[in-house]
Design a protein around this ligand. Sequence first.
Ligand code: FES
Length: 134
Amino acid sequence: MGQERFGAAEDLYPPAAVDHFTSPRNVGGVDDPDGKGSDTNPACGDRTTITVRLRDGRIEDARFRTFGCVAAIASASALTELVRGRAVAEARAVEPADVIAALGGLPARKEACAVMAVGALRAALVDAHVGSGA
Ligand code: FES
């Protein structure tokens, strides 16, 4: 579905979400990742990929790439910020609602974009053999 105009983003999204969209944190890929995972938003076909590096049971680094909308970028940015430095078990327990709260809210039709970010993280943790499906 592509990107929305920035002006529209300012109208639709809370300041925290606009900040994560305009200055996304942790973009790219982790060097020497322990896990890599992707998820797709079935509503639009967009995709987010997250890579993680673990150390001593914690997320030492987490980075993302997304072909997604304003909400997808903001969600992945906020999620990687939420989980960096946290214990793997805590990171596994992060829910889309936590990401949405960190953004100050998302339009209801954009909540699936946050679900996609969390799905990518969980897939990365499974790939690193520390996810619930491992
Ligand atoms: S509309 Fe496609 S990821 Fe948000």
